[in-house]
Design a binder for this molecule. Structure first.
Ligand SMILES: Nc1ncnc2c1ncn2[C@@H]1O[C@H](COP(=O)(O)OP(=O)(O)O)[C@@H](O)[C@H]1O
Ligand SMILES: [Mg+2]
Length: 305
């Protein structure tokens, strides 16, 4: 194997009540990477993460997580992986220390007390260890959850939408912590639908309707999709006129700004030039790339539902 992989899965497929929610999913996550897992709500991210942890048995597919078989070695995976679920999964009516201590007992840590103390210091929560976890703000709950799933010093972190609903400052702090852990050699798989977080990842996979639409280095994805994009401020009339241009394959609105994309860069430049405005070229447009992939996916899956 050329690259040392923390996760390598092939053909993962899951059905709920006869409905296929994950379909033939492949993923390779190199060790040490921050790997972003993107996709709209209901696209199958959580289900895929649970299969990769060995917590959910797929209908089809196979693979390894940290070298362990996801179908048969879920116990070993659990010992080496820190999994942070989408919802706050600590006990709101236990104190911060009690929550960490409980996890230490679950993993039968001999040096439990020391690790809990270290985690509290790492969080800067020594002085508040006796406070109920339920009384923490959203951002602090996320940081406590992260510390809790790092307590057994896993090699791989799986974070399922860890910053959903958390304010921007807390999200930045959380990402500082993710990068710090990655710097120590921990592999991080993180699901998100924030584009500003997607660009922080080394690699990305985008899933929709249970199928992977693209995967690759974050910086190369717009080029892989083959879109070039221009931005301009404008209203509904301009939007309609641009949609009438043959070279324009997509117009996405971000507030007052229109992002106009096409697959033929020269034809697109000529087309936007026909419409007055302060046009600027958009570099590395991940969001446009995903919107474009999604529209293609909708056509492909229109008959499936
Ligand atoms: N335990 C379950 N039983 C039935 N349907 C489920 C279950 N878990 C998830 N689903 C369905 O599977 C699809 C994918 O869900 P999920 O993996 O949670 O997506 P995401 O995490 O990307 O939002 C959704 O349509 C969801 O309703
Ligand atoms: Mg989910």
């Amino acid at each position: 194997m050329a690259v040392d992989l923390a996760i390598s899965v092939r053909g993962l497929t899951k059905e709920f009540g006869g409905r296929r929610v994950v379909d033939g999913f492949d993923m390779d996550v190199p060790r040490g990477a921050i790997y972003g897992f993107l996709g709209p709500n209901g696209s199958g991210k959580t289900t895929t993460i649970r299969m990769m942890c060995g917590l959910l048995t797929p209908e089809a597919g196979e693979g390894t997580c940290l070298g362990f078989d996801i179908l048969t070695q879920s116990q070993q995976i659990k010992e080496q992986v820190g999994y942070m679920t989408q919802r706050f999964s600590l006990y709101e009516d236990l104190t911060i220390r009690e929550n960490l201590d409980f996890i230490g007992r679950m993993f039968r840590m001999r040096d439990r007390r020391l690790r809990v103390d270290e985690a509290l210091v790492g969080l800067g929560l020594e002085g508040r260890a006796g406070q109920l976890a339920g009384s923490l703000s959203g951002g602090w709950k996320q940081r406590l959850s992260l510390a809790a799933c790092m307590l057994h010093r896993p090699q791989l972190l799986m974070l399922d939408e860890p910053t959903a609903g958390v304010d921007p400052k807390a999200r930045r702090d959380f990402w500082d912590e993710i990068r710090r852990l990655a710097g120590q050699g921990v592999t991080v798989l993180v699901s998100t639908h924030y584009m500003d977080e997607a660009v922080q990842c080394d690699q990305l996979a985008y899933i929709a309707y249970g199928r992977k639409l693209i995967a690759g280095p974050a910086r190369q994805i717009p080029a892989m999709v083959g879109l070039s994009t221009w931005a301009v401020e404008g209203g509904g009339d301009l939007e309609a006129a641009l949609r009438g241009e043959a070279a324009v394959v997509q117009v996405a609105r971000f507030g007052a700004v229109l992002h106009v994309s096409g697959t033929d860069a020269d034809a697109l430049a000529a087309a936007v030039g026909r419409h007055p405005g302060a046009w600027t070229k958009v570099e590395g447009g991940l969001e446009e790339a995903f919107i474009y992939l999604m529209s293609g996916a909708q056509d492909n899956f229109a008959g499936v539902a």
